[in-house]
Every structure is written in structure tokens, then in C-alpha cells.
Write a new protein. Structure first.
Length: 209
């Protein structure tokens, strides 16, 4: 079967829209034998939205978030869908704003990307950090995971053929995109639940949970 490279998908807007100081999360591309029907549906709804936002926010003199949100909202006259689109836009903007912190914490090895699309805090690794740092990390992870949960919920509303029963698989796809764009040395959770670092063949030095 033809192998398909999973390129820009979930979360890539946050990586693409500047502010990263030249650092890239793009690592080794993940290849799969084929896309599932659900994956095609999810990407079919998400990628056009993502591309429009990227285009609008990169235009010289652009009004940024407001212009992007208005352009996306114009795509649907269904109040429930347009509300979900607006929430998705705002979440992507928040993720963009928090990108530098996310990168720093990933590079420090304090957090990792879980297979289900959420962020994991390695509490024992940060045990010797100051109380203030631990508090900041706990708050960051809590808010990041809340935003990701809301993003998945909004995406399900936007996608006409998705329902709440598809949420676990949609989260898995989101996690796969996030993990596929990690930089070398960053921690991620395998489908089997073990932890590994990008670029290493085993998880012998996995951090304490």
C-alpha cells in the first residue's frame, strides 16, 4: 500500500505562525500505510481552516486574530458550527501565544506529549525545582490540556460526520500529529504507553512519572 507522509495537520498552525526564534519542532516525518476514513474526515475539516488562518495572519497589515476569526466564521451560517469555529480559532491563537513556553518545557524534559494528544508533566523530574516553577508548570499543563480538550470538542462539532463516540480516535490522531512534530530529544508516549525520546531507539532512560 502507498505510504503517506502525515504533513501539516493538527496543531501545525501554532508552530508555523512565527515567534519560535528559529527553532523548529519538525522532526522525522511519521509514515503510515494509509489514512483511515476518520482521519480523512478530520483533516478535511481542519486543514482548510488552518490554511485560511495562516494566510490571513501572515498578510502585511493584517488585523491578526480578529480578521482571521471573521474570515473563518463566514464559512458557516449554522450558529452551532460557527461558534465551534470561533472557539477553535481562539484556542489556536492561545496555543501560538504559549508556544515558547511549550518548547522550553519540552526541551527541559519536564513535560512530554502523550499518545492521546494531551501533555504530561513528569512530577518527579521537577521535584527539585522551586515551588514557583512547579506551580507554573502545573498551571501550564492544566491549561494546555483544557485547551486541547476544547479543541477536540470544537472539531467534532465542525465535522458533520463525527460524533462524541469518535472522540478517543480523534484525540489519538491529534496526539500523533503533535508527536510527529517534536524535536530531537523530546519525550513522547508510544501507543503501548511507554515513554521514549525522539531520535532514540528505546525507552531505557524514560523519566519518572
Amino acid at each position: 500500500m502507498k505510504r503517506i507522509c502525515l504533513g501539516l495537520a493538527f496543531g501545525s498552525l501554532a508552530y508555523a505562525l512565527g515567534g519560535c526564534g528559529g527553532f523548529s519542532l519538525i522532526g522525522t516525518p511519521i509514515f503510515v500505510d494509509d489514512r483511515t476514513a476518520l482521519e480523512n474526515q478530520v483533516l478535511g475539516e481542519y486543514e482548510p481552516l488552518e490554511e485560511d488562518l495562516l494566510l490571513i495572519t501572515s498578510l502585511p497589515g493584517s488585523a491578526g486574530g480578529a480578521a482571521a476569526e471573521q474570515a473563518v466564521l463566514a464559512k458557516s451560517t449554522d450558529p452551532r458550527v460557527s461558534d465551534a469555529q470561533a472557539r477553535l480559532v481562539r484556542i489556536l491563537q492561545v496555543q501560538q501565544y504559549n508556544q515558547d513556553d511549550l518548547l522550553r518545557y519540552l526541551q527541559q524534559g519536564w513535560i512530554g506529549e502523550k499518545a492521546d494528544g494531551y501533555v504530561h508533566l513528569f512530577t518527579e523530574r521537577v521535584a527539585e525545582e522551586s515551588a514557583r516553577t512547579r506551580e507554573q508548570l502545573e498551571r501550564f499543563v492544566k491549561e494546555a490540556n483544557r485547551d486541547r480538550s476544547d479543541l477536540i470538542a470544537a472539531l467534532i462539532v465542525i465535522s458533520p460526520s463525527l460524533s462524541d463516540s469518535d472522540r478517543p480516535e480523534t484525540e489519538r490522531l491529534y496526539g500523533k500529529r503533535r508527536i510527529g512534530r517534536l524535536g530531537a530529544g523530546m519525550w513522547y508516549q508510544t501507543p503501548q504507553g511507554t515513554w521514549a525520546r525522539v531520535g532514540e531507539k528505546n525507552a531505557e532512560n524514560a523519566p519518572a512519572k
